[in-house]
Each structure stands twice: as C-alpha cells, then as structure tokens.
Design a protein around this ligand. Sequence first.
Ligand code: ZN
Length: 674
Amino acid sequence: MLRCARPVLLLLLALLPLAAQPASMGFHPEYLDTATAPGQDFYQYAVGKWLAATPIPAEFSRYGVDEEMEQRTLGILKDILETAAADRTAAEGSEVRKAGDFYAAGMDLAAIERDGTAPLARDFEGIAAVRDRPGLARAIAALHRRGSAPAFGFGVGQDDKDSSRSIATLSQGGLGLPEREYYLARNRRSRRLRGQYLAFATRMFVLLGETPAMAGAHAATVLAMETRLAGASMDRVARRDPNAVYHRLTRRELAGQAAGMDWDAYFGELGVPEREPLLVREPAFFHELGRMAGTLPLRDWKTYLRWHLILDTAEQLGAAFDQASFHFYGQILEGTPEQQPRWKRMVSATDEAMGEILGRLYVERSFPPEAKARALELVGNLRAALAERIRRLPWLGGPAREQALAKLDAMAVKVGYPDRWRDYSALKVDRRSHVGNVLAARTFAFERDLAKLGRPVDRAEWGVSPVTNNAFYDDSLNEICFPAGILQPPYFDPGADDAANYGNIGATIGHEMTHGFDDEGRHYDARGNLRDWWSPGEAAAFSARAELMVRQFDRYQPLSGLSINGKATLGENIADLGGLKLAFDAFTLSRKARPAAVIGGFTPEQRFFLAYAGSWRTKVREEALREALMTDPHAPAKYRVNGPLSNLPEFHEAFGIKAGEPMWRPVAERPVIW
Ligand SMILES: [Zn+2]
C-alpha cells in the first residue's frame, strides 16, 4: 500500500493563487505570533500572524504552503500546455501533440456543451442492454475498463506476500460519498448530508432527461444500494492491518464466497484467465455484493450503474453536470465557495491522463540535475541517522534489529522523475471530445495495468506523476519516492540555510523512511513481502509504544465534538515523530564541522523547528476539516506540529520549554518508537 506525506483531497484536486517568496532563513520571522509563548502552542507561535492575516481564497477548501507551491507549478505547466496546444506543427501521435490536443479539447467549452452526453451514448447503451446476471457482470467490467468504479474496485497490484509478482486485486468500493461512515452515522449532520446527496443524485438524473419524480425514485435506489455496500465495508481502522486485508483466492473460491455475482462473466469480459489468483481485500464485502448482484432487480442495478457512469464523468461534461458535481463535492462537502478557473482544472486533468508526458516537459524546463544530487545526499544522511537509531533501540532484539537494518539498507529511492519514461504510443486523443479523451486515458491506464498480470513486477516504474507535490512510501516496493513537484522552495532549496532544508524536506524524507517501520510498514520485510519478522516480545513492545501515540492523538479535538481518530492516523503520526527525530539527528551530524551561528536572533536548532512548523502553515475550511477528520489518515496540520514536538526533548531544550507547559509531555506518556 502507498502512503504519503501530505493530505490529498479525496474528490477534487485542490490547486492554488499567490506564490510566496522562498525564505532563505527557512521560515518567515514576520509570521511569528510573539504574543504566544512557544511552550503554549508552538504552531500558533510559529505561524500565528499568517493565520490571522490570511483569508482562504474562494477557490480553495484549504490554503497554505502546499497550495502556494502547486500554484507555481501550475503556472509552469500552463505555459507548457498552451505552447503545445498552439504548436500546429507537432507531429500527429507525438507526445507534445497529445498534451496540446488534450488540453485544447478540455478548454473548448463550446464543443463540450454542444456534445452533451453524446460521447457516452455507447456506455449508456451497454447498461441498458443488460438482460441477465452474466450481462450485469459484463456491464460492471466494461465500466471498470472505462475508469468508472461501480460496485467494487478492481486493479492489478503487487502480491503482498510475493512482491515480485503482480496480482489481480479486488477491493471494497462502489460508493459516491467519501467513506462508509457517511452512510451509517446517525447524527443530524450526517442525515442532512445524505439528504443533500439524494438531491444531488436527483438533479443528475433530471439532467439525464428523467422527470423529477422518476429521478427522485432512482436517487433513492442508489442511496439504498450504496448504504448496503457501506454496511458491508470494513472500517478504515480495521483495514490498516495488512493481514486482515490479505485473502488470496482462486476464482472458484471467490465464486463460492461471493455467489450471486457471475465472476466468470466479469473476468471473461476483462480477459483475465481463470488460472490467475485473486487478492480479495475484504471477503465480507464481496459476500454481500454477491447477494446483491444475485437478488436485487436488474432495473435497480442499471439505475445504479448509470449513476456511477455519470458521477465519474460529470466534471468532464457540460456546465450543468460539472456545476452540480462541484456544488455537492466542493461546496457542500468541503465548503469551497468557488470552482477553480478552468485552466487549472485542465492542467490537472492533463497530468492525470498523461503524467509522464507532462512530467518530462516540466523536468526539462524546471528540475536541474543539481536538485536531484542534493536531494539524494539528504536521503543518504537521513538513512545514516535511522540506522544509528535502530542500532541503539533498547526494545528491539538482535535478530529483529538485523532485519530492520537490512530493510533500511534495501529501501529504494526515487527522486525527481523516472529513469525510463512511460510509453504512451497506445493512447489516442484528439481535439474533438474532452470526455472522450479522459475515458481513453482511463482505459489506457486500465489496460496497461491489466497487461502486468503474469509478468514480473517492474520496480523502476513510477506510481505518481513527476509534478506531484507530495512524497511516498510503498510497502511492497520498500521504496521512498520524492517527485520533482515537491523538490522546490520552500520545501527544498539548495541555496537556503541547512536548518531550513532539514526542517522541511529532511523531516519529510525521514517521515517516508519511518513509514517502512510504522504500524503497517513493520509487517513487511526488506523485499516488500508481508512476513512476520518480529518476536512476540518485540511486537508487544512496539504495540505498547504505539498505544501511547493513539492515546495522545485521540485526546485532540480540532472541532467541537469531533476528535482525531488516533488509530486511523497512527501510521502518519509515527512517521511524523520519527521523521522529525531523524531529520534533527542528521541536521546535528551535518553541523559537526561548523560553528553554530545565530541568524536573526535564532539558533540553528530553533530555526530547524521553526522551519518544520512553517512547512505545515495551512488554513482549512470547517467543512473540509470535518471531511479530513473522517477520511484522512493524516492529523490536521496544527497537530502534526504540536503533537510530535511536544514529545521531543531536543525541541524543549531549543526553546527552554519546561514541565507543566502545554508543549511538554510527561516522559512516561511519550511514545518513543524509532
Ligand atoms: Zn505519510
């Protein structure tokens, strides 16, 4: 499973205005709220003036450092794509032509309005033609191939227990709301939200030409079916146990456990041979799905499939569909008043469709080789710091210590962009239809994954595009990845104060490394295989320490009545604390030869922690915060600063923080893990 450093908005990719000047000190002294003591609330102290002075621009659900960086990237990509779109000499089939055509078709609002849902006619006909249960299974498969995701998720991934092979993987899904809790919670807010979801679905069926009465009935059918799927879904905490979501079945076994769904018809439509093993993440969900597939009237299923087709293409259609979708997912769920300008959304859509074409053009223009070299050097220093910590850990026995060191040693590193670029020659796009292009790109990605079955895993492949402003750890690859998009100021600035780079990107590198040893990652070995390499005593010691972390975060309440879920955010919180320690260690090592210098009245240690806190400078709308608390494995920004720092003696020493202050945690309550 893939984990990342920064929160990712679930349904609408958030992008950004106003680029900030890189701060050579690594933080902004003018943002300090000196009326707040560092020991009181360090986040407020470090960025309080900025928080007070900065409104969230209307097109954002959250706004801060990430959005500022992404704004800069978007400007560069816009220029690249406008140039490509204007270049009428680019050869047919060339990558520049594909990027330019895709972007131009997305900007052609007149053509999009004129076409309406006509480009989806074949897909709707396919659903309408379902006459029996095998036909239903084939229709679901056909939609999966087009990148829509009704009923459940299907993809090809690495086999957790044999990371050298690819395996067809089935996961729970089929919902239009972000998480199962949205369907099941009984409080007033959740009920109201489900009412708004019903209204949204009704509106979409009306836009498809139905009478309001029929549309309302169809929306109710959809909500009832999705509520059943949600009820059979595992919750996000239970899914964190890698062994609980590993069930390798034959097709015959799946057909027995999830009877009612015609699996031969489903896999036949996709061309998956019967001998292929299947990784079924949540068997109980598939059992219920089978019952629904076998017993619910086909007309209900057809309603449900039409809903998911239109839901997954609404943003690519004309204004009425697009705005209805934004009204629900942007305004209601996240509180964002305004939709982003079209060009930003189309830059993001191009990135999603052909990320390595766009990435190559971006890297040629904006990612110098020196940046890659410097980032690799930082990774080396962080790796040395973690090795040193593992050697000293009092609670880890000899054999496990060796295994942990071997895992760290084997951890692969990807920086900037892939060594070998993806081949997009099979992807056909043109200037005629935006939604047609998007579906072509989704089908291309699906077919590309499907072709991996039966072939060895390509460890050099990239799972994210180079312009992504995020960082990742992959359990099955035992790999950390830092795309070019995150390797820019203020996160990473080779010319800045060392304290800034270690407090920013250094802590993120340490965070990703620590994921290899968090509550999920520790179950995987050096080759990325799910295999227990812990003695019962060590596993118990780990769990007891992790439990302190769970309790710490369970107590934080960002919204009245809504706490952080300590178990759901455990992996990220372990990674934040570990990453910060490693970055501080590496920073200290890097300074051995140099005298400590005070800049602007701040010691190097103080600048390190101020840079870290500044890297989380973010404002979030209440609705988006509420959504994040229910779905995001990361804690909100303020707690990613105050949480780990309150556990760190190095931080207490740097700012003279004493027992009894809020930023001080009693030693017995500190989760000392890595
Ligand atoms: Zn993470």
